[in-house]
Write a protein that binds this ligand. Structure first.
Ligand code: GDG
Length: 472
């Protein structure tokens, strides 16, 4: 079988059996172990700009680790690369645009050049590493221009990309001055995977309307003489492993401390990277409204928000952090009493093995992003629950996960009153209803597992024969 080569912005530092890896890293690593293969990405280190990346010495980057049949390769970036590509175009332009936050997006030609430069830099290293028969699987919005850069170097391999984020509506994408160039670059891939049908359609609509493409049978799109396959591959979680982690951690002292602090109060819980797309500001406002409207829940409920800081050197992230700190203090100031703190806002990360038992202890899981490719937290929350007495999930209709988890209480995160009402409903939900909704969600999640996500994408990419690729 042809070898699998995975490329992502970062290479996850995981070893076999390690419980800290997220769903994506674990799924990718499993896929690689299956066939043997290679994972390439940025080391996370920056080096001074003394040597321009164009003149880096040729040859292989160092192999940093080997785990069974998997080899991990990394490359460093210069400070300038990091600023232009990662902090600049990827996180300052693409991320907000893909999440429809045009007001938070900036555009800078130099940063876009840096983005293309780093994609080309990745391509040069990869070209030295791959064999003609290897299949290359790139991940996410950092690498939209990678296939084009590899083609420029003459590589004819099967190359696919899975977009973890949503794809922007054409009218929103077009606010980026280089929108056509980006989508043309994307069309150099043989297969593009999306989380939902809505994302796939947004891409096809753009390609047809703006680039004169034609949508063909089976999700293929013909664009400017190239045939690109597209597909929907909703990412999943390993349900049994997550539930096992939740059970294994049930006796942890940390959990006992939380329980004793709760003193019988119901726990509502959210976890996410501190990111403006996750709807934290709107969620805090909805919780405040819930507290104002439902005094019967005072002292009987506590909302735990875990939000580890992320992308801290991007200004929009510093702003949302400042704002949430103020809001958390204000809400507690308004409602807290000597014996009750309604909101616990923790700006730090927790080890994965601590997270699952927390999910299991929460009567309500609150996942209300403004827009999200999938949202794994929603799936993790459901997986961690005790099926005999599960908690209720309040989920944004704008998370990709809502397409599958329609047995959750679906809300519009912009509707404060609607979210507040859903919180009250979730807290009071009878056992029978909780069980039914949980069983329905679990059924879908077992079907759309992490394994299925990975196998379907890799199988579809492998199945492309040379004859049917490229020219339309
Ligand atoms: C992108 C897309 C898509 C969070 N806090 C802690 C922690 N986490 C873990 C969660 C979950 C992961 O991080 C976050 O995944 P999400 O899916 O919720 O969100 P993004 O980071 O935005 O991921 C998203 C995903 O890619 C996969 O395709 O679903 O839509 O935006 O696994 O549990 N983990 C630990 N401590 C924390 O404090 N250990």
């Amino acid at each position: 079988m042809s070898r699998l080569v995975v490329v992502s912005n970062r290479v996850a530092p995981i070893t076999e059996g390690e419980a800290t890896a997220g769903g994506l890293a674990a799924g990718v690593m499993d896929a690689l172990r299956h066939t043997g293969g290679l994972w390439f990405g940025w080391s996370g280190q920056t080096v001074p700009d003394v040597v321009p990346p164009e003149s880096l010495p040729p040859g292989l980057p160092p192999a940093v680790a080997r785990s069974g049949p998997v080899t991990l390769y990394t490359t460093d970036l210069t400070q300038r690369d990091y600023d232009d590509y990662y902090r600049g175009f990827a996180n300052g332009t693409l991320w907000p645009i893909l999440h429809h936050q045009t007001g938070l997006a900036r555009f800078d030609w130099q940063e876009f050049e840096g983005y293309r430069r780093v994609n080309a830099h990745f391509a040069r290293h990869l070209a030295d590493l791959v064999a003609p028969d290897d299949v290359i699987w790139a991940h996410d919005f950092h690498l939209l221009c990678l296939a084009g850069a590899l083609r420029d170097l003459g590589l004819q391999n099967r190359i696919g990309i899975f977009l973890h984020t949503p794809f922007a509506a054409p009218s929103v994408l077009m606010t980026v001055p280089v929108h056509a160039e980006l989508v043309r670059a994307l069309c150099q891939y043989d297969l593009i995977g999306f989380q939902t049908e809505g994302d796939r359609t947004a891409f096809a609509d753009y390609a047809c309307r703006e680039l004169g493409g034609t949508a063909l049978e089976g999700g293929a799109v013909s664009v400017e003489g190239r045939l690109v396959r597209t597909g929907v591959y909703p990412i999943g979680v390993d349900v049994d492993a997550l539930r096992a982690e939740a059970v294994a951690g049930a006796g942890e002292p940390q959990l006992a401390a939380l329980r004793s602090g709760l003193a019988g109060r119901a726990l509502m819980m959210s976890v996410e990277r501190l990111d403006y797309s996750k709807g934290l500001r709107q969620r805090f406002a909805a919780y405040e409204r819930f507290l104002a409207r439902h005094s019967e829940w005072h002292r009987r409920v506590e909302y735990l928000q875990i939000a580890p800081p992320s992308r801290t050197d991007v200004e929009a992230y510093q702003a949302i952090r400042r704002e949430l700190e103020g809001e958390a203090g204000r809400i507690n100031g308004r409602f807290a009493d000597l014996d009750w703190m309604p909101l616990r806002y923790l700006n730090r990360s927790f080890p994965r093995r601590a997270l699952m038992p927390l999910y299991a202890a929460a009567r309500v899981g609150l996942v209300t992003p403004l827009r999200d490719g999938m949202n794994l937290v929603a799936k993790e929350y459901v997986a961690a629950q005790d099926p005999a007495d599960p908690g209720a999930l309040v989920l944004s209709q704008f998370a990709g996960a809502a397409r599958e988890l329609d047995a959750a209480l679906l809300v519009n995160p912009h509707d404060e009153a609607g979210v507040a009402a859903a919180l009250a409903r979730a807290l009071a939900m009878p056992l029978e209803e909780r069980r039914e909704r949980h069983a329905a969600m679990l059924r879908v999640m077992r079907h759309n597992s992490l394994e299925r996500w990975r196998d379907r994408f890799v199988d579809d990419l492998r199945a492309l024969s040379t004859g049917e690729r490229g020219a339309a």
